[in-house]
Design a protein. Structure first.
Length: 325
C-alpha cells in the first residue's frame, strides 16, 4: 500500500484508454495501469489488487514471482480458465469474476439460436444472399420441444427459464444429482447419456475445468437424436471438435450453434464455416451493448467492499475453476 489507498493495477489498459467508468474506484484505490507485459512486471511489486481487464494468463504468470503483496484479482470475464494457473490456484489470493453481467444476454442468444433452427431463419439468410427463393420447407415450433442443458450455472439457468416460458421442457445435468427449487431434479453425471437421448436441443453452458475437457465426445454425440441440435456457449475445450464435426457430417446430429471454439478465432480452414446446418458466432453471445461498463461496475462495487473489509461478491473456487456458491 502507498499512502492511504491500496495500489490496484489495471492490466491491459492505460491512462489514455482506461476501462469505462473505472474512475469510480479512484476514491478507494490508487489506480495504476499496465498496458503491456513489461509495465505489468515493473508495477507488480506494489500491487495489492489486480483488475484483469485485457491481459494474457502467460503474462501474469511470468510476473507472478513479484506479486508479494497481491491479495485480490477481479477478472473482467465470467470464465476464469483464461486466468488461472498453478501458482495462483495454490496461493491465498482471492479471485472474483464478472458473473451476472453476461447471463441474460447469453440466454437470449441461446433462445435466438433455437428459434433460428426452428424457423429456418439461418437458412433464409443464406438463401437471400444467394438469391434463392427457398419456399419448399416447413418450420417447427419450440413449444413442446425438450432442452437438456449441461452446466446449470447462472447462464444455463437463465436460458432454461426462457425455454420454459416458450412451452419447452427442460432437463438439467450437473456435477451431482440433487433437487433444484426452480427446475426440479438435477441429474448427475451418471445420467448424462440418458439426458442427451431425450433432447431436441442440447445446451453446453459449462466452464472449462479438467473434469469437463472434451466431455462432449463421440459417445455423447452418438447418444443424441439424429434430429437434435447442439448449442455451445460454454467453452470450446469442453467439446471434442473433430468428433462434433463428424457427427454433423454423418447426420448423427442435425445441427449446431456455436459461440465458442477450441481455437479462436476459428481457423479459416475449419469445415464448420461451410456447413449449412451450423451457426458460427465469434464468441460474442454475451457482448451486449454496455457490457464493458457493467463489468467495471462489478469491480468498483467490489473494491468498495474490499476496502471496508466486507465479503466480496462473485467469489471463485480456484481449484474447481468456477464460481463458488
Amino acid at each position: 500500500m502507498t499512502g492511504d489507498r491500496p495500489v490496484a493495477l489495471v492490466l491491459g489498459a492505460s491512462v489514455e484508454t482506461p476501462p469505462p467508468g473505472i474512475e469510480a474506484a479512484d476514491d478507494v484505490l490508487d489506480l495504476r495501469y499496465a498496458p503491456d507485459a513489461e509495465s505489468m512486471r515493473a508495477a507488480m511489486p506494489n500491487a495489492e489488487v489486480l483488475f484483469f481487464w485485457h491481459a494474457e494468463r502467460e503474462e501474469l504468470e511470468t510476473a507472478w514471482p513479484a506479486a508479494a503483496d497481491l491479495r485480490w484479482i477481479q477478472t473482467a470475464s465470467a470464465g476464469v480458465d483464461g486466468l488461472l494457473f498453478p501458482g495462483l490456484v495454490d496461493s491465498d489470493v482471492v479471485v472474483t469474476n464478472a458473473r451476472g453481467v453476461f447471463d441474460e444476454p447469453i440466454a437470449e442468444w441461446v433462445i435466438g439460436a433455437m428459434l433460428a433452427f426452428a424457423t429456418g431463419l439461418h437458412r433464409s439468410i443464406v438463401d437471400q444472399q444467394a438469391g434463392v427463393w427457398g419456399h419448399d420447407r416447413s418450420t417447427e415450433r419450440l413449444e413442446g420441444k425438450h432442452l437438456t442443458f449441461v452446466g446449470p450455472g447462472p447462464i444455463g439457468r437463465a436460458a432454461a427459464s426462457r425455454a420454459l416460458a416458450l412451452g419447452m421442457t427442460v432437463t438439467l445435468v450437473g456435477r451431482s444429482a440433487r433437487h433444484d427449487e426452480e427446475f426440479g431434479s438435477v441429474i448427475g453425471p451418471e445420467g448424462f447419456a440418458e439426458a442427451l437421448a431425450v433432447a431436441d436441443y442440447v445446451l453446453d453452458a459449462l466452464p472449462f475445468t479438467p473434469d469437463n475437457a472434451e466431455l462432449f465426445d463421440a459417445g455423447a454425440f452418438a447418444a443424441m437424436r439424429p434430429s437434435a441440435r447442439f448449442i455451445n456457449v460454454g467453452r470450446g475445450t469442453t467439446v471434442d471438435e473433430p468428433a462434433m464435426i463428424e457427427a454433423l457430417r454423418s447426420g448423427t446430429i442435425a445441427g449446431a450453434a456455436l459461440d465458442v471454439f477450441v481455437e479462436e478465432p476459428l481457423p479459416a480452414d475449419s469445415p464448420l464455416w461451410a456447413m449449412p446446418q451450423v451457426i458460427v458466432s465469434p464468441h460474442v453471445s454475451g457482448d451486449v451493448e454496455g457490457w464493458e461498463r457493467a463489468v467495471v461496475q462489478v469491480f468498483t462495487d467490489n473494491a468498495a467492499r474490499w476496502v471496508r473489509g466486507e465479503p466480496l461478491v462473485n467469489l471463485i473456487d480456484k481449484r474447481a475453476g468456477h464460481g463458488s456458491s
